[in-house]
Each structure stands twice: as C-alpha cells, then as structure tokens.
Design a protein around this ligand. Structure first.
Ligand code: GLU
Length: 504
C-alpha cells in the first residue's frame, strides 16, 4: 500500500513549490489508491510563525487537496487530527524522538558533542582560513562513553551527533534522478538532537517516515544532499528506507531559483490576485512533469490517472507567469455560471461594489438585489479577463445607482451636443416603450435599437456612441445593448434621461 506525505514546516506562507510537492504526493497516492498524509514539521522553534498551520490547511483546502491522515480544520476553525499514526505534529512527538535518540546513543551510532557555539565558530573560521571544507572536526567522537555520560549527568549542555562513516560511499536509486552517490567523507556528523532537547529535522523526519509507514518520499531537490544522512540513519536503526523522489527546482525566467524577492511565490498571493485553484493546480502540475507533449489542460481526475514519477524532469522548471495567465483565462471561460459567481463574488465584495445582506447582494443599502445583474456582468466580462480580480476592476458602472458621467464625452467626436441630445431623446423613448422581455436578451435589444436608428436615418456612431457613454460613463466598454441587458430597463431609462439633462 502506497503511503506518501507532505511534511511542511509552518514558517508562514505556502510557497508555490510546496504546493507542487503536496500536489505530486496527492496525485501519486490517488493514482495508486494509497494514502496522503500531512505532517507538520515544527521542531525548529525559531522559524515557527503562529497561524501558519491554519493558513496552510486553508490553502490546501482552497487548492482542492484532500488529506487522508493528519491535521485538518473542523467547522469552527479548530485544528484537529485524524488517522492511526498520529500525532501528526512533530512538537507533539518529542518523547518519541528522545527515546529513539537514546537508542542510537546506546548502540554507538550517535555520540554526545559538548562543543560550545564559540568552539564551533573558531573551528569554522580556521577551516575557512585554511581553505578547507567547513564541517565538524569530530573531536567529541573521542570521548569514552563513561566520560560522556559523566559530563551529561553533571549538567553540561550537549547535542547528539550521528557517527558518519569516514570512508566509502552512500548510494541510492532516486526515482527521478536515477542512481546517486555521495562520498561519506564529505558528509558532516549531523546533529540529531539539539541542546534544547528538540530533534533536528533529519532525526524527526526519518523516525516519522518510518513510524508512519511512508513508502515514497517525494520532496524538493534541495533535500537531496540530506538524503545520504537519512539513509545512514535508517541503517543505524535497522530500518528499510523508503523510495526517494527529488523534484526539480522551480526557476525564474533567468534560471535563478524562484524566490520571494523576484515576485509572488506564496499561493495566497495567487488566490488574492484572482487565480482559480483548478488553473493553478493544472499549471503547477505541469511544472516539471508532463504526460504528453501536445496537451496542457487536465482536470484533477485526469492528472491522477496520468501521474507517474518516471515522467518527472530532472532539469529545473521555469515558472512562466504568462503561461499561468493563459491557464487561468481558459479556466475562467469554461466555468459554469454558478461557480463563476461563487468564485468572483469575493472580489466584488472586496472592491466595495457589492455586499451580502442576508440572502441578497446589494450595491446600496436600500437598493434592489443584484444577483441577476452580477450574473450578466460576469457573462459579459469573463471573455476578456486573465484573473478574477479583473472582473470587478472597472465594473463599478454596472452597479452605480447614480452614475457620474462627463457630459463632454457623450457626443460622438465628429458630432455635437445638440445632435447627441436629440438622438438620446429618441432612444430614451424607445427604451421606455420596449416590453420587459426585450431586456432579457442582448441580441433582441440590439435588433430594436439598431433597427430604430436605421429607421430614423441616423448614423450608428452619432446615436449609439452617446447611448453607450450614457449607460457606462466610459469611452471604452462593452456594447450599449449588452450593458442595457446587464443593468436592466429601469437603470437604462434612468441613465439615458440623466445624460439628456446633462447635455441641456
Ligand atoms: N519539513 C521539510 C520542509 O519544510 C520537509 C522536507 C521533506 O519532505 O523531507 O520542506
């Protein structure tokens, strides 16, 4: 049975690379009918940011990732845990790490190191000055066990280090990178337990992966150099290591490592900027993996069906924002009207265009319900945007009760105020006279208004331009018939009437 895990450290936000790691683990688990486990690696107390676990859980949920075992948020927003191999939060497992660390010490695989921070610092400086590799010089390995125990019992602070073999190689077959080999002589005697009694990442990670029955460790490439240490720890414990798969780095366009300095890397930033979770997931899935050369849009189920470790690239994957925009545009176009309303509404609320009052969506405290109007606005605007936020930006005119219009913009540029006022008076008369059903169809409105203009012998420009500006207040916008359809008869009439007044 496949068991994989996503093991983030709660350091604030969710990096886009972490989303990819989590996603690949989930896809792999689902593809094999296995389990996807979430484990919080919070033993580095200096890096801990309060609220990050909640944020992480919300972000995973937003992205549509579902965890089989591990922490989750209940209905009231409290963190709970599910699964048989818990607790899934490392700070709740400290006793276990201590127990296993003592076993390593007793079996001679680890030793106490009493070197102070100052000693280590001067060691480092001497090595740097001599142009040698910076690593612990293993001086505390020489202590007799009885001496080491005596000093510990006397209360001297110490860390526990792994006794690395000094010769030979540690090799393993990585599912992405193939056979990899590390010289043991170049690997530090890794600290396993810190003087504060907390385990390091390496110790806790190996113990947990073993105790939680993890079969495949799928993680970022930056952990590749740590893997020989992990393999040696598995050996020291007498455990079988899992399969390792190290994912390629995410790169900026200039091939530097994707970092916060050069733009958005937090998944939350993409959510706020108006990217759809399904678009982001599709995009992220194809950063470093692609099941076929001629296809890019995959639903989650299709990703699950196709996913395999063999097709993950070794080379770094460039993060291409234009490509993400393309995915998002495609997904925005293809959403059902109901779902588009659900995902777009928060942006209209945030921009102050609408607010939810009970069952209603209001633009003004005593105005009418705007749900239908919003649906129509979305139907018009969805074709033109890359991001959900753009649906709300510039859409204020649809919801205004008393739209401000600059009278100078109303006449067509080769026409006059008088002509515009004359045309608008005729169009107003038509707008009032049309039956309500005509306002249910923008094409019907177009036929009526264009037919009327032709009948009068007017030009479209000198009559329909003023109509469009009267309805929108803007020099560029959707057509007047689409806008009339979206805002409805009452507002159409009101806005035409107001424009005429402004011109007189
Ligand atoms: N806690 C590590 C991280 O934040 C986990 C690395 C791993 O998956 O082993 O990336």
């Amino acid at each position: 049975m496949v068991r994989v895990r996503f093991a983030p450290s709660p350091t604030g936000y969710v990096h886009i690379g972490s989303l990819r790691t989590a996603l690949y683990n989930e896809l792999f688990a689902r593809h094999h009918g296995g389990s996807f486990i979430l484990r919080i690696e919070d033993t580095d107390r200096n890096r801990y940011v309060p609220g990050s676990v909640e944020n992480l859980l919300r972000t995973l949920e937003w992205a549509g990732l579902t965890v089989d075992e591990g922490p989750y948020l209940d209905k009231d927003g409290n963190i709970r845990q599910k699964g048989e191999s818990g607790p899934y939060v490392q700070s709740e497992r400290l006793g276990l790490y201590k127990e296993y660390a003592e076993k390593l010490l007793a079996d001679g695989h680890a030793y106490r190191c009493f070197c102070s921070a100052e000693t280590l610092e001067s060691m480092k400086q001497a090595q740097a000055a001599a142009g040698r590799a910076i690593m612990y010089d293993k001086r505390c390995r020489a202590h007799e066990p009885s001496e080491s125990t005596r000093r510990a019992e006397a209360g001297e602070p110490f860390v526990l280090r792994l006794k690395m073999p000094e010769t030979g190689k540690t090799e393993f077959a990585d599912a992405v990178r193939g056979q990899v080999s590390f010289e043991n002589g170049l690997i530090d005697d890794q600290v396993l337990m810190k003087s504060d009694g907390y385990p390091t990442y390496h110790l806790a990670n190996v113990i947990d992966d073993h105790l939680m029955g993890i079969t495949h460790v799928i993680r970022a490439e930056e952990w590749l150099p740590s893997t020989p240490k992990h393999i040696l720890l598995y050996r020291a414990f007498g455990w079988e290591p899992p399969v390792f798969a190290h994912l390629p780095l995410l790169l900026n366009a200039d091939r530097s490592k994707l970092s916060k300095r050069q733009g958005d890397v937090a998944v939350e930033d993409y959510r706020r900027a108006g990217y759809l979770p399904e678009a982001l997931v599709n995009f992220v899935a194809l950063m470093g993996w692609n099941p076929s050369a001629d296809r890019e849009i995959y639903s989650k189920d299709e990703l699950v069906a196709e996913f395999n470790l063999e097709k993950i690239n070794k080379a770094g994957a460039v993060f291409n924002r234009e490509k993400l925009d393309w995915f998002n545009r495609e997904y925005i176009k293809s959403l059902s009207a109901e779902r588009l309303l659900d995902v777009a509404l928060p942006f209209f609320i945030e921009q102050g265009l609408l607010s939810r009052v009970g069952e209603n969506l209001l633009a003004h405290p005593d105005g009418p319900d705007m749900t239908e109007r919003l649906k129509r606005v979305l139907a018009l605007e969805r074709q033109r945007v890359d991001r959900l936020s753009q649906l709300a930006e510039g859409s204020g005119f649809y919801f205004a009760e008393d739209l401000p219009v600059d009278p100078a913009v109303i006449p067509w540029k080769k026409s006059t105020k008088e002509v515009a006022a004359d045309r608008l008076s005729g169009l107003l008369e038509l707008a009032e006279r049309l039956p309500a059903e005509t306002y249910a169809d923008p094409k019907a409105l177009e036929r009526e208004f264009v037919g009327y203009v032709a009948e009068k012998g007017w030009t479209n420009a000198d009559s329909l331009w003023p109509m469009r500006v009267a309805l929108t207040g803007l020099a560029a916008s959707p057509s007047p018939f689409e806008v009339a359809w979206a805002i409805g008869q009452v507002q159409t009439v009101k806005r035409l009437r107001k424009a005429i007044t402004l011109l007189s």
